[in-house]
Design a binder for this molecule. Structure first.
Ligand code: AOF
Ligand code: ZN
Length: 357
């Protein structure tokens, strides 16, 4: 199962909004075949493993990190392929949270006389597919708020200088995350101040750019900003309100920018999430700044946080912090981060954890 999970990770950033799945076929104590889900719409991991076998898989055991599917979707059901191949036993890490499958896959296998064991490395399998689980259960994109701050909690100096807070290893990891998620989201201030491309730059692999989402209620982001003019194949989305200038909206649309509008003075982030879910965006890396972060937290759209901390002190009471807005008044109301874990990147540390919504 460990190997199946390792294989599943090869699909990172390519299977969205579908799950990461790996499958291993074992016969007489030896691995005789392996497969993983490479790309959304492509063959499922189980079918890849069966097709990749050089010898007969009849009488073998399959290890797979997600319950085999029972439905006709983009591809025919995997349970059918497993039964027809004569596989004797299937070891599954977790039941599929997708209501189209959930439990039905296991039942069909059992009815056909295939032995099934469920729950092997379940915790690891659920962590691996946290984005997919949230997508099919909550029908929302999984939002990861990422920030890089100094030891004294600043995301820039008082003059706005922010290049660079963290070192190369930490920044490289952020690009790996950009490669895995469907979209990246920033506020208008970040685009105006930093003029970022919001693309993925990896060293030894071709990266996949995420869809670039700019939250700009007033419609003030300049049309010549890099996000609207780069050669990236990934679409740009401007999330704004009805107050955007009609001619500007027209010109941006002609450039290929998708405009999503909500009513009211500010972009309604919850409604925006519903719209993004509808276009298959299963995950969003929220890269600030402080105002959008605060608004995202108060709108309860954030699922996970990633705080990179660099061992530097910049000071300054006007230097911005990762979460601006008004803040809460009582410490007992502070947002608590659950399942906290810590990683090191060079001299920087990363604290990750989850928000209860
Ligand atoms: C995958 N890859 O390896 C497995 C999946 O959209 P479809 O028709 O490809 O079906 C997707 C569903 O199939 C998915 O939500 C999950 O429930 C199940 N298993 N999906 O994309 C795989 N094993
Ligand atoms: Zn399947």
């Amino acid at each position: 199962m460990k190997r199946a999970i390792e294989l599943a990770k090869k699909g990172w950033g390519r299977t969205n909004p579908n799950p990461l799945v790996g499958a291993v076929i074992v016969k007489d104590g030896k691995i005789i075949s392996e497969g993983f889900h490479e790309v959304v719409g492509g063959s499922h991991a189980e079918v890849c493993a069966i097709n990749n076998a050089d010898t007969s898989v009849a009488g073998s055991t399959m290890y797979v990190n997600l319950e085999p599917c029972s439905h006709y979707g983009r591809t025919p059901p995997c349970v059918k392929a497993i039964i027809e191949a004569g596989i004797k036993k299937v070891v599954v890490a977790m039941i599929d949270p997708n209501p189209k499958v959930s439990g039905k896959g296991v039942n069909i296998l059992k009815e056909a006389g295939v032995e099934v064991e469920v729950g092997v490395m379940e915790k690891e399998a659920k962590a691996l597919n946290e984005i997919f689980i949230n997508y099919v259960v909550n029908k929302k994109p999984f939002v990861i708020m990422k920030t890089a701050m100094t030891l004294d909690g600043k995301i820039a100096t008082f003059t706005g200088s922010s290049k660079w807070i963290t070192g190369t290893e930490a920044r490289r990891y952020v690009h790996i995350i950009r490669d895995r998620v469907s979209a990246i989201m920033v506020g208008s201030n970040t685009v105006i101040k930093d003029n970022p491309f919001l693309t993925t730059r990896l060293e030894n692999k071709e990266g996949k750019d995420p869809v670039r989402i700019i939250v700009d209620g007033k419609g003030i982001v300049p049309e010549d900003s890099n996000v609207f003019n780069s050669s990236s194949k990934a679409p740009a989305i401007l999330a704004t309100t009805l107050s955007i200038d009609k001619d500007k909206e027209k010109r941006l649309t002609e450039k290929g920018v998708k405009i999503i509008k909500t009513e009211g003075e500010h972009v309604d982030l919850k409604l925006l999430m519903d719209e993004l879910y509808k276009i298959n965006i299963d995950s969003i890396l929220l890269e600030g700044g402080g105002t959008l972060n605060s608004y995202a937290i108060s709108s309860k759209i954030v699922d996970k946080v990633m705080f990179f901390i660099a061992p530097k002190i910049v000071g300054g009471k006007n230097a911005v912090t990762p979460v601006e807005g008004c803040g809460i008044d009582k410490m007992e109301d502070a947002l608590e981060i659950k399942n906290v874990s810590v990683k090191e990147f060079g001299n920087d540390i990363l604290i990750e954890g989850y928000l209860e919504k």
